[in-house]
Design a protein around this ligand. Structure first.
Ligand code: AMP
Length: 543
């Protein structure tokens, strides 16, 4: 286990996940089992990870990247994702990860705000970046994993660069506060914020991987999260490799039969997924599961959205496994509250805090609330994987802390035995299939459509996705709503923001309710949608 004392002067995540594992005698051990499609399998050892990431570290330093500068991955599941991420960290370059579905505007916000100097991607995504490149003056390099030639204008071939780079790299001593990973997260107002982590996060990530995910030397973990999100880096890269444990990564999408055959065929022992995926599996016929032998599977975990008790009961009945819910956020960097083996699971509760983590349920005035009452879920500040700041937005960072408590933005309650129950968000952020969507981002993109003059976006309850994106729009005078317009809106949001932000439902209104200072009253929109009481509307602008 890593501690400040045991790490001394070397906290470098890239080093600890690769070279340090080879030094501990795991050089020939499989680190990454890459299954690009159902018919292929390629194993990479810890030595392979070390050499590939060394080469990438040399590529970045050769291009003049300095410690602290920012580089992004913008890839679907691909091995280069892992080599680039670890290589960047070895060179003390901050590595941001972008979800491959992001559209132009989402990319522009993130690459622009961070002043990123480079990005690694695939040819199929190049056009998205080229469409916004003139607004990204700092973006010097675009590295293509599937191009055999450099194309000029800073567009470079990954294979050529890697072939010309040495596979040995001296990782500089890296202190705990050295910046490491950057993930953008959505708020309910303003642009997405860059959550900056530093190398000390590995302490919490390795601890929770060992003590929550319960990974042992011979385990094979399958964490289904995309590397564009925090679970995909904390537990799809850092946690398991920091302990020298093998991981499976699969290049295909959701397919119930294929997923179960992967679990069986590859002998996955620990599986970390999300409620939406589990609910999708639950919809399949019971017979499907009878065909598979999952005797190697030891544990199933879930993260990202509330895990409803029905899924837990389904898994107990059919898979003969508990599903352990885990709670954390981009800002916390690692699991804070969870269910885990050896601790009683109360279906519907997200569990108890891990040792060393002190949560509290506080009222808006900062006073602790009695057990059973809903309030702000807060964490005592100072845990090892606590984010270092919001990039270029220290005041937003400071506003998340009060009297030594970090306010998570979630509401919860604690029962008399110390189990925490998620209640919702204290802001308007939408959680659809475990992805946080900013209503503001979607509202702004909607307003770019000429037919739309006003917009308001909310999350509404959904059986499968937990929440769905619902857009309210007011149309320009003379414009008629039509199927063609609806299609246009959906496509526009998908291309500009991302496919997951595309409204599932669009409703037309005369005018969008706003308060007297012009702020969209999403609370009123939500009540309208649900057909519930509108509540206090005294601040509402006259319609
Ligand atoms: P992100 O920062 O994108 O990882 O999203 C974090 C947010 O997802 C949390 O603040 C919660 O609102 C939600 N979330 C994560 N895990 C859980 C969970 N186990 N139960 C309920 N909500 C969760």
């Amino acid at each position: 286990m890593y501690t400040h004392e045991s790490l001394g002067s070397q906290f470098n995540i890239g080093h600890l996940c690769t070279r340090a594992q080879c030094d501990a005698g795991r050089g020939d051990k499989v680190a990454l089992r890459w299954v690009p499609t159902a018919l292929q399998r390629i194993d990479y050892t810890f030595t392979d990870l070390d050499l590939h990431s060394n080469r990438f570290a040399n590529v970045l330093t050769g291009l003049g990247f300095q410690p602290g500068e920012i580089f992004f991955t913008f890839l679907p599941k691909a091995t280069e994702q892992f080599f680039a991420f670890l290589g960047a960290l070895k060179a003390q370059v901050v590595c941001g990860t972008l979800f491959a579905n992001f559209g132009d505007e989402a990319l522009l916000d993130r690459l622009g705000d961070s002043r990123a100097r480079g990005v690694i991607t695939k040819k199929q995504f190049l056009k998205k970046i080229l469409r916004i490149r003139d607004r990204l003056p700092e973006l010097e390099y675009i590295i293509l994993v599937d191009s055999d030639e450099h194309q000029g204008n800073g567009i470079l071939s990954y294979s050529l660069l890697m072939a010309g780079a040495s596979d040995s790299f001296e990782v500089p001593p890296t202190g705990p506060e050295t910046p490491s990973v950057l993930h953008y997260t959505s708020g309910s107002t303003g642009k997405p914020k860059g959550v900056l982590h530093c190398h000390r996060s590995i302490i919490s990530q390795s601890y929770t991987t060992a003590h929550v995910l319960d990974l042992k030397e011979d385990d094979l973990l399958w964490c289904t999260a995309d590397q564009g999100w925090v679970t995909g880096t904390s537990y799809g890269i850092i946690g398991p490799w920091s302990l020298g444990v093998a991981q499976l990564h699969y290049g295909g999408g959701y397919d119930a039969g294929e997923w179960f055959s992967l679990l069986e065929r590859e002998g996955v022992t620990v599986w970390y997924s999300a409620p939406t995926a589990l609910r999708m599996l639950m919809r399949e016929s019971d017979d499907l599961y009878a065909k598979f032998d999952l005797s190697r599977l030891r544990h199933i975990y879930s993260v990202g959205e509330p895990l409803n008790p029905e899924v837990i009961h389904w898994s107990r009945r059919l898979l003969r496994h508990e599903i352990y819910d885990t709670w954390f956020q981009t800002e916390t960097g690692a699991i804070m509250i969870c269910n885990r083996p050896g601790v009683e699971v109360r279906p519907g509760s997200m569990g108890t805090p891990i040792p060393g983590i002190q949560p509290a349920i506080l009222g808006d005035d900062g006073a602790p609330l009695p057990d059973g009452e809903q309030g702000n879920l807060c964490i005592r500040s100072g845990w090892p994987s606590m984010f270092a700041t919001y990039l270029n937005n220290e005041s937003a960072y400071q506003s998340k802390f009060r009297d030594g408590w970090y306010y998570t933005g979630d509401t919860a309650r604690r029962d008399g035995d110390g189990h925490y129950w998620f209640m919702g968000r204290s802001d308007d952020v939408i959680n659809t299939a475990g992805h946080l969507i900013s209503p503001f981002e979607v509202e702004s993109a909607l307003l770019e459509i000429p037919e739309i003059v006003e917009s308001g976006v909310i999350g509404a309850p959904d059986e499968l996705l937990y929440e769905k994106v619902v857009a309210f729009i007011a149309l320009r005078q003379g414009v008629e709503y039509s199927t063609a317009l609806e299609l246009k809106i959906r496509l526009y949001i998908s291309n500009k923001v991302s496919s997951i932000a595309t409204p599932q439902e669009i409703r037309v209104m005369e005018r969008i309710p706003k308060n007297k200072s012009g702020k969209i009253m999403r609370r009123v929109l939500k009540a309208t949608y649900l057909g519930t009481e509108l509540g206090d509307v005294s601040t509402m602008e006259d319609l």
